[in-house]
Design a protein around this ligand. Structure first.
Ligand code: NAD
Length: 485
């Protein structure tokens, strides 16, 4: 085992969980055991909540310009430890080193945004009648929780922690039990940056801890990122307990490729979108709808896909179960009449025989009722459907229950605008395969890809992590009584 058994991080210290139950942490790259992760109990969660509650009065009263100083230092530490954090990310998640570097760079950008929050949260003030002022202030909620998935061990935690904490909240983070190492390292860096004990806590576990978070009376808000199935459970349970909740779910992102699309650029973008992070991105292209004759572009997509080599520029998928699930999807599509143009099944990387790899896979002649057309595969697979008109392509995109992202590839600006207006997704790309908005623009899907109001990052997150205080003040007693103030 390369690393010590993982511990929770509560009140500024690493501590053992109160249970002895653990899961093994396995590297998808080679199947080697990295560590063990504790399956904490609701008592451990309560210890973390009590530490966060105790830290809240002082942290929330610290002026925001002082609070963000921690994040200036944290940003510098992320930069200093970029290589080490990226290596850890690759080890536990299986993505390539280059993808992990990009992930940590994104953490730096997210932190940079948090340092700008004093400029964005000034509140408002107006003299509403003579001598009478109305004023709004953003006030921290208290103890908040963030539950995160396996596919971005550092980035998704950094979607929530810098903003929530800079805005004055104290946080409990529940990492994915599949990739629990990175969060512990982030906790250490936050402490080194000067974050007071108790403001950020990490509690490891699975369903039991998630349920305990949703039920704990002292947790004010819960953010969740993961599959739609669990997002629904968490959203329902947390809001049933009268908490604020924002739950981001899974995705099935459609790329619409028009015959006038630039072939080389389109093919590169499609191949990169479907295979980046081994297809384990909620923004990955999963379905492609070709309008009219796009055979010349499909040929180029296959050429690009063949340049993607597992173990070199393609990482592993998270575990054996995932590998088998993805391969089953491909086999089922083949059985139902689809054509496998590039086949990533039965991939073995020499020297890493116990790694869990699936090669890039291009499936053509998929029909809308096939599972590969409808369901989230979460692997390096693109399912190509063919239509004659843009209306038919939009009908396919609109019918899918998810709504994270959609993209169109064309050189026709009016057609691109037409599709932006009609695609049923929160994030749309034009000639962009992975249309992730960058800070200060916010991230969030529609439909079954997100439950709750607002987005998880950017300016929109300010509303989620704070409540508004409205005060009306009168300093001239002679003003008399105005029924409006
Ligand atoms: P997951 O839903 O299995 O797990 C997410 C978190 O929920 C983990 O911390 C896990 O421990 C916990 N969990 C798992 N099962 C649970 C249950 N039954 N009850 C309560 N908690 C439970 O997701 P995952 O496999 O870790 O991540 C992949 C999924 O996340 C994909 O569907 C992907 O699209 C989605 N995702 C979405 C976004 C987005 O922005 N919309 C971003 C990243 C990932």
């Amino acid at each position: 085992m390369k690393y010590q058994p993982i511990q929770n991080f509560i009140n500024g210290k690493f501590v053992n969980a109160s249970t002895s139950k653990t899961l093994d942490v396995i590297s998808p790259i080679d199947g080697n055991q990295l560590s063990t992760v504790p399956m904490s109990s609701s008592k451990d969660l309560d210890d973390a909540v009590q530490a966060a509650k105790a830290a809240f009065p002082s942290w929330s009263k610290t002026p925001i310009k002082e609070r963000v100083q921690v994040f200036f230092r944290y940003k510098t530490l992320l930069e200093k430890h970029l290589k080490e954090l990226a290596e850890l990310c690759s080890e536990e998640n299986g993505k390539t080193y280059g993808e992990s570097v990009a992930e940590i760079e994104k953490c730096i950008e997210l932190t940079e945004f948090a340092t700008s929050l004093p400029q964005l949260t000034t509140g408002e003030i107006l003299e509403v009648s003579k001598g009478v002022e109305c004023r709004t202030e953003h006030v921290a909620l208290g103890v908040v929780a963030s539950i995160v998935p396996f596919n971005f061990p550092s980035m998704v935690p950094n979607w929530t922690l810098p903003n929530a904490i800079a805005l004055g909240n104290c946080m409990i983070m529940k990492p994915s039990e599949k990739v629990p190492l990175s969060c512990g390292r982030l906790a250490e860096l936050l402490k080194e940056a000067g974050l007071p004990d108790g403001v950020f806590n990490v509690v490891h576990g699975d369903v039991e801890i998630v349920n305990a978070i949703c039920d704990h009376p002292s947790i004010e808000a819960v953010s969740f990122v993961g599959s739609t199935k669990v997002a629904k459970i968490v959203y329902q349970r947390a809001t049933q307990n009268l908490k604020r909740c924002l739950a981001l779910g899974g995705a099935k992102n459609h790329l619409m490729v028009l015959p006038d699309a630039i072939p080389g650029m389109t093919a590169q973008n499609v191949a990169a979108s479907m295979s980046g992070c081994a297809g384990q991105r909620c923004m990955a292209a999963s379905a492609m709808v070709g309008v009219g004759n796009i055979d010349h572009i499909i040929d180029k997509i296959c050429d690009e896909a063949r340049k993607i080599v597992p173990g070199e520029n393609l990482g592993a998928v998270i575990n054996k179960e995932s590998q088998e699930r993805i391969e089953q999807y491909i086999s089922e599509a083949e059985k139902n009449g689809a054509k496998i143009l590039v086949d990533g099944r039965n991939t073995k990387v020499p020297g890493k025989e116990n790694g869990t790899y699936v090669g890039p896979t291009v499936i053509d002649y998929v029909t809308p009722e096939m599972s590969v057309a409808k369901e989230e595969i979460f692997g390096p697979v693109i399912s190509i459907m063919r239509t004659n008109t843009v209306e038919e392509a939009l009908a396919i995109e609109n019918a899918n229950p998810y709504g994270n992202a959609a993209s169109v590839f064309t050189q026709n600006g009016a057609m691109a605008r037409y599709i932006i207006d009609r695609a049923s997704a929160g994030m749309i790309g034009v000639n962009v395969g992975v249309p992730v908005p960058r800070e200060p623009f916010s991230f969030g899907g529609w439909n079954e890809s997100k439950f709750g109001v607002g987005d998880i990052t950017g300016k929109s997150s300010i509303e989620f992590w704070t409540k508004l205080k409205k005060s009306t003040t009168k300093w001239n007693p002679e003003a008399g009584v105005n029924w409006m103030s």
